[in-house]
Design a protein around this ligand. Structure first.
Ligand code: NAD
Ligand code: TYD
Length: 340
């Protein structure tokens, strides 16, 4: 099976490629990635020499690039991971989010439709459903009500995918997943930011009161779900994936402090994120029933392994933190968090 993966140098896309090549001997992959600040070829260093893997530098919003790639290869499936993915950045500047997440998806859909692609997976997020109160879960029927520029751009892409299936019979499925954790996550998101700060005895910035709830899923479980959707998903359908592990941000923070062995005085309460969604929780009954999928990684063990990965990959973190990331970090927290 020849798969076009977009955004494969990011956190989840790189895990999907590593996992796919290891799990399926018939899998061959072309990875189209623009290498934004979040795209890191180092994430795929382990498979760089694999004859079943090929890298292509390019932008999903670049029509000639995408059409050229599809003309030169006969792909059995396309999985679109490419996106601007960080809510906080979307609050600073939503332009790149609309450009890649909306325009990029539209260009990719057009090119895939023209090339007669038979399986397309749009990797989306539970954030398109908006925020829950203290009870209930998102099902695939929950109306979309995105609250951040990031989730609005992902919802717009989902609507395009839905419309291409409805109007043209384009064989697309949409997956919507909760918060991922695991190795190779860019250290701007909650878990890798807090883990790497704590290793350096830096404070960890908890937004607001830390009472917001997220449903955490290990990235490998998410990738198994995407693979199931690619191979067994029904065109036009949406599949939710979640980790069945709801935690407040403060619970996560306390767990990290205790596992890493740092004092709770390193918690720094900072101004809340504007429009901060209170709670996400996923009902993944449909994926269990129709894709025979369910999350397998036990959160506490997955978290321990993730901490250990960051402990043993300090050089990976250091290279990122001394690069473009530094400017963003300065803009967000410069002078407001203690230094080691
Ligand atoms: P990431 O930010 O780590 O990686 C994004 C990748 O896309 C990078 O390699 C980047 O270079 C590439 N990219 C960005 N713009 C591009 C463009 N125009 N053309 C080609 N490549 C481009 O993101 P991630 O956390 O791995 O998320 C991957 C996908 O999963 C995204 O679509 C995201 O919305 C979705 N998702 C993420 C989570 C999560 O918890 N991280 C949860 C649910 C869904
Ligand atoms: P994040 O990892 O950015 O994912 P998302 O916004 O897509 O859920 O944030 C997870 C939660 O952690 C979210 O409620 C915001 C909160 N958060 C903090 O409290 N401090 C931080 O420094 C970050 C990055 C996030």
């Amino acid at each position: 099976m020849l798969i076009l993966v977009t955004g494969g140098c990011g956190f989840i896309g790189s895990e999907f490629i590593r996992w796919q090549l290891a799990a399926n001997a018939d899998a061959r992959i072309v990875n189209l990635d623009k290498l934004t600040y979040a795209g890191n070829p180092e994430n795929l260093a382990a498979i760089a020499g694999n004859s079943r893997y090929e890298f292509q530098l390019g932008d999903i919003a670049d029509r000639s690039c995408v059409e050229g790639l599809l003309a030169c290869n006969t792909f059995d499936g396309v999985v679109n991971f490419a996106a601007e993915s960080h809510v906080d950045r979307s609050l600073l500047d939503s332009g790149p989010f609309v450009q890649t997440n909306v325009i990029g998806t539209q260009v990719l859909l057009d090119a895939c439709r023209q090339a007669g692609i038979r399986r397309y997976v749009q990797v989306s997020t539970d954030e398109v459903y908006g925020s829950l109160g203290s009870t209930g879960k998102f099902t695939e029927e929950t109306p979309l009500a995105p609250n951040s520029p990031y989730s609005a751009s992902k919802a717009a892409a989902d609507m395009l995918v839905r419309a291409y299936h409805h109007s043209f019979g384009f064989p697309a499925v949409i997956t919507r997943c909760s918060n991922n954790y695991g190795p190779y996550q860019f250290p701007e998101k909650l878990l890798p930011l807090f883990i790497t700060n704590l290793f350096a005895d830096l404070q960890v910035p908890v937004y607001g009161a830390g009472t917001n709830v997220r449903d955490w899923i290990h990235v490998t479980d998410h990738c198994r779900g995407i693979d199931a959707a690619l191979r067994r998903g029904k065109p036009g359908e949406v599949y939710n994936f979640g980790g069945l592990t709801e935690k407040t941000n403060l619970e996560i923070t306390h767990l990290l402090l205790d596992l890493i062995g740092k004092p709770h005085s390193l918690i720094r309460y900072v101004a809340d994120r504007p429009g901060h969604d209170l709670r996400y929780a996923i009902d993944c009954t449909k994926a269990k029933r129709e894709l025979s999928w369910q999350p397998e990684v036990v959160f506490e063990q997955g978290l321990r392994d993730t901490i250990e990965w960051y402990r043993t990959h300090g050089d990976w973190v250091a290279r990122i933190k001394s690069g473009a990331y530094r400017d963003y970090y300065q803009q967000q927290y410069g002078g407001r968090l203690n230094q080691a």
